[in-house]
Design a protein around this ligand. Structure first.
Ligand code: GDP
Length: 197
């Protein structure tokens, strides 16, 4: 798929003020600093598209972009640790949770995970939760240019092993680098496939 146009449409505080359209939506989520903004810019071929989501007041919102006048890329607020929790537990914006559970237009979720680290509990917990929603999703291991392929593969294998303890189905796994543009076509292909294009 070629991206011919990518425009910011709106920010939503919650499921109730998501756009009233029937565009297929593809959501991107991950912990802060995973490379989500860089990925959105890479996909859209625009240097500053994701800047919109990072402007003050918008980081906790669901940000909708219209791509090729056809489908929507949805930039979701990231997850983090619940501050007050006794045990470490992932915590994320309630509206992102509602969106992932309830939004009819949502076709696939791309969960971004930093490929440099062995499995982080927060990413595993979130992925297991997402698996429980029954949504189709792909894991995208980011920043693969930062270390050897062997290290990346080892971290991915460990993540998959950890997930297999809790999830019956193993999700599709992709890798990405904004430096080499690795992964861009694979993500767009997954979207095309889901669009039936
Ligand atoms: P966000 O918080 O998830 O939106 O993360 P950003 O897109 O702002 O990226 C965080 C940092 O990681 C920035 O300094 C990026 O330049 C860097 N980064 C993101 N993706 C990659 C990548 O694929 N390769 C390398 N080398 N750096 C990356």
């Amino acid at each position: 798929m070629q991206i011919k146009s990518a425009v910011f449409v709106t920010s939503a505080r919650g499921i109730a003020d998501c756009p009233a359209w029937d565009r297929p939506e593809f959501a991107f989520i991950g912990r802060s600093n995973v490379g989500k903004s860089s990925m959105i810019n890479l996909l859209s071929n625009k240097d500053s598209l994701a800047k919109v989501s990072a402007t003050p007041g918008k980081t906790r919102l669901l940000n909708f972009f219209l791509m090729n006048d056809t489908w929507s890329l949805v930039d979701l607020p990231g997850y983090g640790f619940a501050k007050a929790a006794k045990h470490e537990k992932f915590d994320f914006n309630e509206s992102a949770g509602d969106y992932l559970e309830q939004r009819e237009n949502l076709r696939r979720v791309f969960v971004l995970i930093d490929s440099r680290h062995p499995p982080q509990r927060i990413d595993v917990d979130f992925t297991v939760w997402l698996g429980g929603t029954g949504r189709p999703f792909s894991l995208v291991f980011t920043k693969v240019d930062k270390q050897s392929d062997a290290k990346t593969e080892a971290n991915i294998a460990l993540f998959q092993e950890t997930l297999a303890r809790s999830l019956v189905l193993s999700p599709e796994v992709l890798t990405s680098s904004v430096k080499t543009r690795d992964g861009r076509q694979q993500i767009l292909r997954a979207i095309s496939h889901s669009l039936g294009a």
